[in-house]
Design a protein around this ligand. Structure first.
Ligand SMILES: Nc1nc2c(c(=O)[nH]1)N[C@H]1C(S)=C(S)[C@@H](COP(=O)(O)OP(=O)(O)OC[C@H]3O[C@@H](n4cnc5c(=O)[nH]c(N)nc54)[C@H](O)[C@@H]3O)O[C@H]1N2
Ligand SMILES: Nc1nc2c(c(=O)[nH]1)N[C@H]1C(S)=C(S)[C@@H](COP(=O)(O)OP(=O)(O)OC[C@H]3O[C@@H](n4cnc5c(=O)[nH]c(N)nc54)[C@H](O)[C@@H]3O)O[C@H]1N2
Ligand SMILES: [Mo]
Length: 736
């Protein structure tokens, strides 16, 4: 039980002066105020927070960061250190009992640490020892017995050399955080419009007539997006927010960079749809039916650019009562949304995890593409699809080859450039990797950043799965749960982050990243950090040891050589090294932006997506697992969730008061969350019930604490993403 936990009213406005003070407080705590001035400046580093794009160089502010970007920078640029003394005092068993918040507070990792077979404590080792140990292991295992995870902070350069190493070893076992994140978006978009990315630019968002923001909490997770929303409103645009929770950042924004901070701020959503969790497929099917029935569709566009329209229209049967049940919205509100769509000459749909982490996520997003195609909202100003990415370089990592199902053209091009035969067989995604470890099919696991054990579903199963591996290696900046749940032997390799200067033989190195809208630009860190290697150095040292080619040393010494190779292998990077000298970087090619659809038929595809509706058994709720305002995925900066009125604790479950009344449970009671699935029940004890304005029949609680409830085998169709936003649970009252 968390005794410092306090629950107050939720906020209806985001940012403002409290946001600035909050950010500065975090930076001061970690003595990291100065680095803030270099965030997202053209001569500085890319914010290690989210992937929201930067404005043009002329429009950047002195402080081009947000409250939560400030926390991300402070977390990394902290002066605290977690070295050998710390590990001597804290054996593995001790680390296992610690919270994510406590682990993260220990500071930056400084020294390679080794956990011997049978040992209870990590011990310091030299880089030579650590790298030789990994190299020997990699030479002894079959290629498919090794798994290489990546988190989306990794730069293009590190990601490219990493995937090269893995494919030279002979496997595509490259699961990544994207498998748990926007994989559903990638699957849906590739099938329908031929590219697995969004189609809009920042200017489109700022100038569109209508923004639909679905399943996304920008006030917390993409705060700089609120600046774009403010501009869109000033340009006369309208916003529809579709979310089971009335998130503060969807309702009102007080911009700390101008008067908004002290005045009342800008109202954002013109229409708030309190959708039932997982109701979006039903909503968009209904909207599309209404648009077709009103003949409010762009026949010219459909005729010239699309395929499958007639079949789609013929199959689109919509039942009002079923739609109202699935969405939890009255039909009249759906009609009102349709009116707003018809009154707009341009529209953009933005979405994030509220749409991607359900069993029917891929059909849902495909239905959103139908919605956009119907009115020609693709490939013209102010129109398009905007999946808002998470990690700052998750999109770039995929572009340069971190993918367990790489397309044939990419593999052919890589093989030709490096004179080898890249493996064609698909590798494991995250869930498949856990199953393979559980079943004893994996002997080596390496995590290039991230926190595999905590970020993945079914925590107990995953912890046990990792214990089956001979050697686990984590390349990390900070301590986390994945250092406590290891294979028989384990290594922690400390590495440089985005804010650190990266000095190699030819001088300081820049790395590059791609934002959510396909802009590639350079990032240069500042602070020096002795004794730790960059991600590129770690990978190239392994490449030299295991494979021996001369290029590994060249890559390590000069990252521009890596960029030349990326240019050689991947279309769109022409003149890479020169173009990153341009202050704002450059845009990667994006066919749909010019109405070029690189599907097999060369057209954008309407798809038929039959309705599926989640119907929990009586007495059960649909639990969505979300982020608090003071966390970055599994990194917990603090214990408050200011906008939702929570202070000093994280084990809370938000439930609608009417549902509480029906269940006979009161606000403030303590419950165990029990998830029910055909594979069995899973339990998370010690949650305080918070009566909250969420959609009926739904609940919300924070991850990673709730990952123990997400069944490994409950994944989205086609994309394989864990269904972390639709966990069926019941609340079991605990003894006082
Ligand atoms: N500060 C900070 N920034 C971050 C992160 C962080 O942890 N902290 N994480 C980064 C990463 S990796 C990612 S992927 C993004 C995540 O960004 P978000 O997707 O905003 O993150 P979540 O907290 O998962 O919020 C999901 C939102 O979807 C809503 N939702 C849940 N289920 C449904 C549904 O069925 N339908 C609809 N319409 N809405 C639903 C929830 O109420 C919530 O508002 O943020 C990135 N930025
Ligand atoms: N239940 C539930 N589970 C979820 C989600 C959810 O909404 N609900 N969201 C999912 C999503 S969207 C995502 S993206 C995943 C996130 O999964 P991950 O990316 O695996 O997790 P993070 O918490 O972002 O990883 C944090 C760790 O990364 C390391 N790190 C930070 N910066 C660097 C760096 O520059 N280099 C290296 N090498 N290491 C670094 C630090 O050691 C830190 O502890 O979680 C997923 N899990
Ligand atoms: Mo993510």
């Amino acid at each position: 039980m968390e005794d410092k936990l306090r629950v107050g009213p939720a906020k209806t406005s985001a940012a403002g002066i409290p946001g600035v003070l909050h950010a500065l407080g975090f930076a001061a705590r970690d003595r990291a105020l100065l680095p803030l001035l270099k965030v997202n400046q053209t001569d500085g580093f890319d914010c290690p927070g989210c992937a929201w794009p930067d404005p043009d160089p002329e429009h950047r502010h002195v402080a081009e960061f947000c409250e939560n970007g400030a926390k991300a920078v402070a977390e990394e640029a902290t002066h605290r250190r977690c070295g050998p003394d710390f590990f001597a005092e804290h054996p593995i068993a001790d680390l296992r009992g610690r919270s994510d918040h406590w682990l993260g507070r220990q500071g930056r990792l400084t020294t390679p640490m080794y956990l011997r077979r049978g040992s209870a404590t990590y011990e310091p080792v030299t880089w030579e020892f650590a790298l030789d140990l990994i190299a020997e292991k990699l030479k002894s295992v079959a290629p498919d017995e090794a798994v290489f995870y990546t988190s989306g902070r990794t730069s293009n350069e590190a990601a490219f050399v990493y995937q090269l190493l893995v494919r030279r070893l002979g496997t595509n076992n490259l699961p990544d955080c994207s498998n748990m994140c926007h994989e559903s978006s990638g699957s849906a978009l590739t099938e329908t419009i031929g590219i697995g990315k969004g189609t809009v630019t920042l200017t489109d968002v700022e100038t569109t007539d209508l923004l639909l923001i679905n399943g996304q909490n920008p006030g917390t997770n993409h705060p700089r997006m609120l600046i774009a929303l403010e501009k869109q409103k000033a340009n006369g645009g309208r916003i529809i927010a579709i979310n089971p929770l009335p998130e503060a950042g969807l309702i009102n924004f007080k911009n700390p960079q101008n008067l908004g901070a002290v005045t009342g701020g800008v109202p954002l959503a013109d229409e708030y749809c309190q959708i039932r969790v997982n109701g979006d497929l039903a909503l968009f099917r209904a909207l599309n039916r209404i648009l077709i029935d009103r003949d409010a569709v762009d026949h010219d566009f459909i005729e010239r650019y699309c395929a499958g329209f007639d079949d789609y229209v013929a199959a689109l049967a919509v039942d009002r009562a079923e739609t109202e049940f699935a969405t939890g919205m009255p039909w009249s509100q759906i009609e009102r949304v349709a009116d707003m769509v018809c009154e707009s000459n341009s529209a953009i749909v933005c979405w994030a995890m509220g749409l991607t982490q359900h069993k029917n996520s891929v059909p849902t997003i495909k239905e959103i593409i139908n919605f956009l195609l119907l009115r020609g909202n693709m490939g013209r100003p102010g129109a398009g699809a905007c999946p808002v990415r998470g990690h700052s370089n998750v999109q770039g990592d995929r572009t340069v080859g971190i993918y367990e199902k790489p397309p044939r053209e990419f593999l052919d091009s890589l093989s030709e450039a490096f004179g080898f035969e890249a493996p064609q067989e698909h590798g494991y995604d995250v869930v498949e990797a856990i199953r393979a470890m559980r079943d004893g099919r994996v002997k080596f696991f390496m995590g290039m950043g991230g926190n595999f054990v905590r970020a993945t579903p079914d925590s107990v199963v995953t912890e046990e799965a990792l214990a089956n591996v001979d050697l686990t290696v984590q390349v990390s900046t900070k301590l986390n749960g994945s250092h406590a749940f290891t294979g028989e032997e384990a290594l922690i390799l400390p590495t440089l982050g985005r804010t650190d200067a990266d000095l190699q033989a030819t001088g300081p190195q820049a790395v590059t990243v791609e934002d959510s809208m396909g802009m590639v630009h350079a990032s240069r860190g500042r602070g020096s950090f002795d004794g730790v290697l960059s991600e590129v150095a770690i990978v190239t040292e392994l490449g030299r040891r295991v494979l021996g080619d001369p290029y590994w040393d060249q890559f390590r010494d000069d990252y521009s050589v890596i960029r030349d190779r990326i240019e050689q292998v991947i279309p769109g990077f022409e003149d890479y090294n020169r173009r990153i000298q341009d202050p704002g970087g450059f845009a990667l090619p994006n066919g749909p932006r010019e109405r070029r659809f690189t599907t097999a038929s060369g057209r954008a595809h309407f798809t038929v997506n039959p309705l599926t509706v989640l119907r929990p058994p009586p007495g059960h709720l649909i639990l969505q697992t979300v982020r608090s305002h003071d966390q970055y995925n599994t990194t917990v900066y603090g214990l408050d969730d200011r906008y939702r009125g929570i202070k000093g604790g994280r084990r809370v479950v938000f439930v609608n008061p009417a549902d509480l009344a029906q269940l006979g449970i009161s606000d403030g009671e303590h419950v165990t969350l029990v998830s029910v699935h055909e594979s069995g029940e899973r339990r998370a004890p010690g949650f305080r019930v918070v009566s909250y304005d969420t959609a009926r029949g739904c609940a919300a609680a924070y991850f990673p604490e709730t990952n123990v409830l997400v069944p490994l085998d409950s994944v989205a169709d086609t994309s394989g993403t864990p269904t972390s936003k639709s966990v069926i649970v019941r609340l079991e009252r605990e003894e006082a």
